[in-house]
Design a protein around this ligand. Sequence first.
Ligand code: AMP
Length: 503
Amino acid sequence: MTTFDDLGLAEPILRAVAAEGYSHPTPIQAQGIPAVLTGRDLVGIAQTGTGKTAAFVLPILHRLAEENRRPAEKTAHALIVVPTRELAEQIGDSIRNYSRHMRVTHAVVIGGANPRTQAAKLARGVDIIVATPGRLLDHMNARVVSLTMVRQVVLDEADQMLDMGFIPAIRQIMAKVSAERQTLLFSATMPKEIRTLANDFMRDPLEVSVAPASKPIDTIDQRVMHLDGGAKRGVLVSLLREGDVERAIVFTRTKRGADRVAKTVAGAGISADALHGNKSQGQRQRTLDAFRKGRTQVLIATDIAARGIDIDDISHVVNFDLPMVPEAYVHRIGRTARAGKSGQAISLCAHDERRLLRDIEKLTGKSLRVVDAPEAADVPDQPKRFEPANAEANTTRRFADDDGEARRAPRRPRRKPNGAAKPSAKPAGRPGKAAASERPEGQADGRKPKRFSGENAGQRPRSGKPGGKPNGKPGGRKQRSGDRRQDQDRSGLTRMLGGSNAA
Ligand code: AMP
């Protein structure tokens, strides 16, 4: 069996890896690291939980150790682009841990955090930038940082970046990196758009595939309970009260749904908190810290917010709502059974979700074990609010904002359950604030999204159809809430940085 010593990594890295308690490289590390050390491009088909972060961070650190050159002002040696803020912060933590015996600088460049602090760090020059696409572009356009000296680029969770509409932004970013770079791309699945991206940006990459997304890790016990949608909250409480639940993530389709379920669970005396994109970055970080440290037992999350969360010892993943996109199921259940441990994944399937279950079983090639739901606990009724799950699925388009949160915009004003038109119904695609939190969040929250390309991260096509011109100008389209937020962020950034980002 390969050891870390066999991989040829520099001594300070080996010491750090030993301090992490890793005895052997995982398959993606054993197969990927030697190739990356030779300078070869790499496509890693691997989901979170396979050790893929170390598979790209360790060789980057090795090259930094070998070259031992400080970065010039406003430049960086390596760039890691990721879809979400949480994942960026997590990778930042991994860099810190694995480089503890080295002098390596890194900057985490994400939306929702103070751009000035980021700009100050970038201006001094850093070895590694870990960034979400929108904010990185902002800094590039404000001429805070140049990527011409970047020699290694990692595109992590590329399929998620595709689903969030970040591919045009990635193309803009890659255009600014020297052609002499090494490119590493990691993705849980390989849709054809990611293949195209790899073909366009990589040279003869080695492809390493471990535990492909269509095959969830064997150590996860996957069960499904068929039940009435209305019984879900009570059944969930009963499940969470069972003795073997140590730490659980419950997935809901919408942000409002996450809040509602969190309220039910907390009301039943189980410590719980919701994690979704309507919360500030500070709130999200506090929620995650409390969960990580065990102060909160249950995290109720939307797909996007939970994406890439690396927390060990999650004993259970509960799909309160089945995901609209079957690949999301694989991502969700990958939260448990990490680093060789076993875990349980329980899906609550209402009658109208059977089609989604069939999609999941088709993708994974496996029928989920059907078990009886426990008796539903008594939970107080919650005021019935509009729940758009199914209606949304047929009437939504995707767009993504600047910093790692994808959203869906409803096409038309919707009706309240009593049939009355919403009094404040806005024109198509202009959701009000309340509608936003009821909107499915992210990739798994709506029906298989139409993919599109626009010229900026977070931009939808004007027509709502795929195929916007990658390098076109955004002229003439109406602003929607996501764009407004992005623009505000940009103009705020420009103001704070005292520069122009009109480039
Ligand atoms: P990742 O797939 O990068 O999200 O990593 C998943 C988890 O595996 C993290 O908690 C890592 O600390 C852990 N891990 C990474 N490499 C190894 C290894 N070689 N041995 C044991 N655990 C590892």
